[in-house]
Design a protein around this ligand. Structure first.
Ligand code: S3P
Length: 447
């Protein structure tokens, strides 16, 4: 069987035009299936994202005894019916729980597994085993969790232990760490308070509130109060997952940099903790409008329309960085096409994503002839830069792969992105979506 692990891109000589939708939000899809599994009763989750990362979570929940029925609406959008087993109803798994590449899966599940009455082991791919886990094991241990790592890395071995209330100040604003603590807090004997130094995505809080849990927020502190008399219970969910802003970011930037383009991306989540890139692109002069605004599953959504304009360089640092943390690879592409200097600061977290997204992005962009000046906490780009088609590699990082494919649209000649199958870790159908907009991008068999 031919395996398609390569994408071929030709310089885009016609505008990108049309209206598309993007698959469901990855962060919300992970959380919805985990929390639905812990609810009292069946949940319905529409437009759930069947991507590499979220499927790992779905399989982990099944390994924990949760029955999940799937209605495959299409290859990018599933409807799930999850038979919630209640907070204390998960079953002991027969082997270790495989989170593949998914940092969100392993870090959030570590909080849930710390509260169970049976032991478990959370593990994943070689790539995941390289990512820091001390950021979750440390606070969970302070709550009383019995959790061991391999010198701060997966596999994580967790044994049953009583969890206590806690007040914890996160050193970096991380939604994964905050969520892990809140999820463990569902099993704690007292209130749990987490301080976030910046506005990390709040999907866990929104879902917990929708499930009947009281969460208070004040001056950076997020508080899950003590359990009510009679113990905690989560109400089932009945929700539709919004389109993923982080996936929309790729066609959005593509249309902002390919001359004369105008596209609309429908029903995208515009939660303010996620849309830093919108503000960044607007500061650069991009023409982006929002329409059809509504709310689904407790999350605001809108149609995003972007049309091509000349961009100018900007400087970005906290508090915007955390709201755009997954968008830096594609924003880097925009900066190469903008006039003047763009600077990213306060972005050291990029170095501990799927790969070191500062070093690896700079290295791959150099193959196009781009000049990216790296610093410990970010980078500087002076544009506009003339790029030439190149053979580049995703390093098995989905967002890097898609950013490189978009770069190919503005590079002279032909570009080949190797190791491209990983794009489906977050955005199944990325190439087909870009083709719907007229992009000259296609799958090729790996050479
Ligand atoms: C995520 C949080 C972010 C983000 C990741 C998804 C989440 O990670 O980069 O892709 O769903 O909670 P950090 O919490 O490490 O910043």
């Amino acid at each position: 069987m031919t395996s398609f692990n390569q994408v071929i891109i030709h310089r885009q000589t016609t505008p990108l035009i049309g209206a598309v939708s993007v698959p469901g939000d990855k962060s919300i899809s992970h959380r919805a299936v985990m929390l639905a599994a812990l609810a009292d009763g069946p949940s319905t989750i529409r437009n759930w994202l069947p991507a590499g990362d979220t499927l790992a979570t779905l399989e982990v929940m099944r390994a924990l005894g949760v029955v999940i029925e799937i209605d495959r609406r299409n290859s990018h959008s599933w409807d799930l019916r999850v038979e919630g087993r209640g907070l204390r109803g998960l079953k002991r798994p027969s082997g270790s729980l495989d989170c593949h590449h998914a940092g969100t899966a392993i870090r959030l599940l570590s909080g849930i597994m710390a509260g169970q009455s049976f032991p478990s082991v959370l593990d994943g791919s070689e790539q995941l085993r390289k990512r820091p886990m001390g950021r979750v094991t440390e606070p969970l241990r302070l709550m009383g969790a019995d959790i061991r790592s391999e010198e701060g890395h997966a596999p994580l071995s967790i044994r049953p232990s009583a969890l206590h209330g806690m007040e914890y100040k996160m050193k970096v604003a991380s939604a994964q760490v905050k969520s892990s603590i809140l999820l463990a807090g569902l099993y704690a004997d007292d209130a749990v308070r987490v301080y976030e130094p910046g506005p990390a995505r709040d999907h866990t809080e929104r879902l917990l509130i929708a499930m009947g849990t009281i969460i208070a927020k004040s001056e950076g502190w997020v508080t899950l109060g003590e359990a009510p008399l009679g113990g905690r219970r989560l109400l089932p969910l009945d929700m539709t997952v919004p389109g993923d802003f982080s996936s929309a970011a790729f066609p959005l930037v593509a249309a902002a940099i390919v001359p004369d383009s105008q596209i609309t991306i429908k029903q995208v989540g515009i939660n303010a903790t996620r849309t830093g890139l919108l503000a960044m692109l607007r500061d650069m002069g991009a023409n982006i409008t929002l329409s059809n605004q509504s709310v689904t599953g407790g999350e605001p959504i809108a149609d995003l329309t972007v049309s091509f304009t000349e961009l100018r360089g900007i400087e970005v640092g906290e508090p915007t960085v955390v709201k755009a943390i997954d968008e830096f690879p594609i924003w880097t592409v925009a900066t190469t096409q903008a006039a003047g200097q763009s600077v990213a600061r306060d972005a050291t977290e990029l170095r501990v994503k799927e790969v070191d997204r500062i070093a690896v992005m700079a290295e791959e962009m150099r193959r196009f002839g781009a000049n990216i000046d790296e610093r410990e906490d970010g980078f500087t780009v002076v544009g506009p830069q003339r790029l030439s088609g190149a053979r580049v590699d995703s390093h098995d990082d989905h967002r890097l792969g898609m950013a490189l494919a978009v770069t190919g649209l503005v590079a002279a000649g032909t570009t080949v992105v190797d190791d491209a199958a990983c794009m489906a870790d977050s955005f199944p159908g990325f190439i087909e979506t870009m083709q719907q907009l007229g992009a000259s991008m296609e799958w090729g068999a790996a050479g």
